[in-house]
Design a protein around this ligand. Structure first.
Ligand code: FAD
Length: 288
């Protein structure tokens, strides 16, 4: 089912993001975790496709597998970095033939920028170009990335909003946010979007801190602010306490969002179902 239809029907949405496992054993473990998370009736699950790291085939494989074996709506991520433009059609055709109805269209963040990448010739340059291309199929509900603090390459928030609007105008039907740890960034972004005439649902991307070093690295790469008290708290924590602290923090974040009217939640699971399960158990009475 299309995510736009699910959201319109349910008035809320809950989703989980995974990355494609590298090995068959990893795949079995992931399928078990997904199976457990099905108890929360997710609106959809999504699979990343790491630009420039040749994960495209792995993403295609796991998307098809989960679509075939689980009773779930599955959304692949696609980036401008990989595949090249000439191969893009085959990839989209593959998803169409597999019965996939949703795509998250991204520019991608390759670790190394090979010559020609994002030149607009061999590769599309911006996510907008990819949205425009996928929209020509008239088959998929398209989602895009949005940034509560602005994308780190955007000169300012007004420019960031203008390019986001362009992605929506080209056919995107919902946005999923980058992780954020201060909810006011989300509220301010939604206000900016409303003023700019962006009317699509904006799903809050929640990153439970279960590995602080990893989140610090993501924050450096993406320019996402980690509030000083949060850094201090996690730096001073005993290693055994981190998981529980991360669960509590994400539960409080979601509760505040819910109390402020947010009904769309996307969890970056980092392929670990345990933390998300506990967070959702903490929120069961609120979210039901
Ligand atoms: P764009 O929308 O193209 O924006 C990139 C920059 O270009 C922005 O600064 C924007 O303001 C600017 N811009 C846009 N259009 C124009 C224009 N016409 N002229 C000038 N400037 C312009 N990365 C991966 O590699 N794989 C994944 O699976 C993945 N999944 C993600 C999932 C979510 C929910 C999110 C939030 C991000 C994800 N990313 C992923 C990261 C993403 O690829 C990066 O944040 C990337 O740097 C930007 O992608 P984008 O789609 O937002 O790009």
């Amino acid at each position: 089912m299309k995510i736009s239809e699910i959201i319109a029907k349910q008035g809320k949405s809950l989703s989980f993001e995974f990355f494609p496992p590298k090995t068959p054993i990893g795949e079995d473990r992931l399928l078990e975790r997904i199976n457990k998370l099905e108890a929360f009736s997710p609106s959809f699950v999504s699979f990343t496709q790491h630009a420039g790291r040749n994960t495209l085939e792995k993403t295609k494989h796991i998307v098809r597998k989960v679509h075939d074996v689980a009773n779930l709506t599955v959304m692949p991520h696609i980036t401008c970095a990989d595949p090249r433009r000439v191969e893009l059609q085959q990839v989209i055709d593959y998803y169409k033939e597999s019965g996939i109805e949703n795509i998250l269209a991204l520019r991608g963040d390759p670790e190394e920028y090979e010559p020609g990448i994002f030149d607009g010739e061999t590769h599309f340059r911006y996510a907008t170009d990819l949205v425009k291309f996928v929209a020509t199929y008239n088959t998929f509900c398209i989602g895009v990335a949005v940034y509560p603090e602005g994308h780190m390459e955007s000169a300012n928030l007004a420019i960031d909003t203008a390019y986001t609007k362009k992605k929506i105008d080209e056919g995107a039907e919902f946005g999923i946010t980058q992780m954020f740890f201060e909810n006011y960034y989300y509220y301010e972004m939604v206000d900016r979007f409303e003023q700019a005439g962006i009317k699509v649902p904006i799903i809050a991307g929640i990153m439970p801190i279960i590995d602080f070093a990893k989140v610090e690295r993501f924050s450096e790469i993406s320019g996402v602010e980690l509030p000083i008290p949060l850094i201090t708290k996690f730096e001073e924590a005993q290693p055994d306490d981190v998981l529980q602290m991360g669960i509590e923090l994400a539960s409080e974040q979601c509760l505040d969002l819910w109390e402020n009217g947010v009904r769309y939640f996307h969890f970056y699971t980092l392929n670990r179902g345990d933390a998300v399960t506990e967070i959702l158990n903490n929120l069961a009475s609120t979210f039901s």
